[in-house]
Write a protein that binds this ligand. Sequence first.
Ligand code: MIG
Length: 704
Amino acid sequence: MIQKFRFGSPISTDATVEELPIIQVTKENLTAAASAKKDCPSTVKDAEIGVLTNFFHISLGQSFSLSLTMEDSDAVYGLGQANRGINKRGYKYISCCTDDPNHTEEKVSFYGAHNFIMLIGKVSFGLFIDYPANVCFDIGYTKQNELTISTEGRDLDLYLITRTQSDDKENTDNIDSDALCITREFRRLIGQSYIPPLWAFGYIQSRWGYMNENDIRRVAKNYRDNHLPLDSISMDIDYMEDYKDFTVHPDRFPDLAALSGEMSKQGLHFIPIIDAGVKIEKEYDVYEDGVKNNYFCKRANGTDFVAGVWPGKTHFPDFLNADARRWFGNLYKRLIDLGIEGFWNDMNEPAIFFSEEGLEEAAKKVEELLKVKDNPKLNDFWAMQGVFNINNDHADYKRFYHNMNGQKIRHDKVHNLYGFNMTRAAAEAFDRICPDKRLLLFSRSSYIGMHRFGGIWTGDNQSWWSHLLLNIKMMPSLNMCGFLYSGADLGGFGSNTTRDLLLRWLAFGIFTPLMRNHAALGTREQECYQFEGLDDFREILTLRYRLIPYIYSEFVKASQNNSLLFSPLAFSWPQDKVACEIEDQLLMGESLMLTPVYQPNVSGRTVYLPEDMLFVKFTSATEYKTESKKAGWHYIACALNEVCFFIRKDHLLPLCPPCECTGELDYSNFELLGKTKEGLSYELYMDDGYTKDIAHEGRYLTLK
Ligand code: MIG
C-alpha cells in the first residue's frame, strides 16, 4: 500500500506516474494526530496522519525532518547511486547531483539523486522523498540507531510504502519478502523502466581521447581482427568542433555518415556524447536560437547565466522548461540523420568549472591575500588553497533560474532535476524523430523518474579494486530505484588499470546490462587488445554474448514486472541471517547467483550458499565444469581467465552459440545449463530487439 503525504506545495517533479489521493499534512494536524489516541483517532484526517506519527517523529518548521529509532536488527536499503554498501546503515548520504570524480569512501553525494529508502526489520516500510533539492539521509551516522531524513525546505511529497496484511492473504503462494514487495510497489509508482535496443547489451569500447576517425577505425579493426566481440564504440567530446553540441569536427571526422555506414557494415554502432552546456559563440545556431527564444537559464536580472565548461563559456539549456526541452531534443536529429542510434548525456548535474561571479569573487580574495603578503598567517595559507577551488561551487546554484511553466525557480531548489530533464528532452524527441525505433540513451546525472527515459552509467570511477566492489554493491540499489540499464566504467575511468583488474572487472561486467570499458584521457590504454594473453579477454567477452539472450530476457521481465535484475541475497532469504549480511554476491535474474572475484592476487574466494546450488565454472566461452554444492560456506577456485557463478536450484540458464556482435545472435540453438532433473524449463522473452513493439504476451519461448 502506498500513501502520499503532501507537505506545503511542492514543485512537480514527474518522478511518479500513479495518481494517488493526497493527504495534506500541516503542523497543526501533525500535532493533533500525535496527541490523538492511537486506537481511536477522532477524525479521518487524524487517522490518516496518525499512520505517519506512529512511525516517525516529524518536525516541520521552515525545514522538514523525519526521524525514527532503528532496531539493531533493521537493515536499510535503497538510495540508488550512492556510496558504500547495500545496507546503507552507519553513514550519511546527501542527494545532490555532484560531478566529483573521486569516489572515496567518505563521499556523500554522487551524480544521481535517488531518494528512495526501505527499512526492513520487524516493521518494514519504504519511503520516497519526492523533493528536487538536497535531501540528507542520516542513517545512523549522528546517532547509531537513529534514522533522520531532512531537507532545507518544507515543500515535498512523501510516499510511505507498507506491505499490508491483505497483500499476503490474497495470495498464499506469495512468499516474497517485505523488501521485494515494497520495491515492487515503489517501482509501480514510478513507472516502467527504460528498455534499450538489443544491441545496447553488446560490449562497448570507449575512451576519452579517440581524436579522429582513424582512431575509431583502429579500435574497430583491432577488435574485429582479433575476434574480440564488440558492438559499439562510444565517442567522447573530441568528435565535436570546439566541444559544441551537435557539431562534428570537420577535420577529425570529415564524413561521419560515411564512417558510421562503414562501421555498421562491421556490425558496429557509434555512441556520441552530448554535454549539457552550449558554447557561447556568434553564428553557432544552437547558441543563437537558444538566446533568441529564451531557452537558457537566466540570472536574477534576466541575462543568460554563463558557466565555464569544456567549450569555454557556455549557457545552460533550461531543461525544466518544456519548450526548451523540445528544442534541445530536436537537435539530436542532426546526428540521428548521420546514422547515429545511441547517445550518452554528460556534465548534466550540471557540472560547472567556473562561473563569472565565482571567478570575480576568487579574484577579490586574491587581492585581499596579496595585502597580507608581508605577514601571512596560517589561516591565510588555508585561504590561498581555497581561492581557486571554484568548480561545482554550490553558491553558483543560487545564481541562475529556470522557467517552469511560467514560474521562475532558482536552480538550487530544483538542482536534482536537471540531468533527468536533459535525458527526458532527448528521449521525448526520439519518440518524435523515430517513433518506431528504440535508441540507446544513458545519462550521468539522474533523479528518480529518469529511469523511464534512459539508463545511467555510474560516472568517473577509478581503476581501483575497491571500485569494482562498489560497482557490485551499487547494482541492486540502482535497480530498486528503477535504473535497470546501468553499469560502471569497466577497468576504471581514472588511474591506470592493470590486466588482472580489467579481467576481473570484465568477468563481473559481462552480467551488467550496460557493459562498457571506458577510460580517461591520459590514463593507460585499456582496450582489451592492449594486454598480453588476448585469448583470456576473448573468452570472457564471448561468454557475454552467449549470455545476452538470458540477460535481455531477464531485463525485460524486470522492467515489465517492476522487479529487480540484481538483488541482494537478503531479499530472497530474509530469514537467513548469514545471507542477509552478504553483499559481495548477487542474484541476477531468476536463475543466477553471481560470486565475482574482486581482489588482486587471489585464485578464488569464499562463497555462501543459502541453499543447494549448481556451481558453474567457465574455463573458456564454451568449456565449463559444473558441480552440485550443498548449502553453506565453500571456497571456490577461480583463475583470472575463468568466470564462476551459481545456478539456483531448479533453474536453467540458456546460452546461445558464441558470436562477435548482437547482429549475429542465434536464437535457434540454445544450450541449457542446470538440468539437474527432468521437467525444468526456462521462459525466454524475445522480440526483434529494435522496434518499440515490446509485448507482455506471445513473446516467450519455453526452453526445456
Ligand atoms: O570533465 O568528456 O564522466 O566519462 O570521458 C570530464 C570527458 C568530462 C566526464 C565523464 C567522462 C568523460 C569526460 N567527462
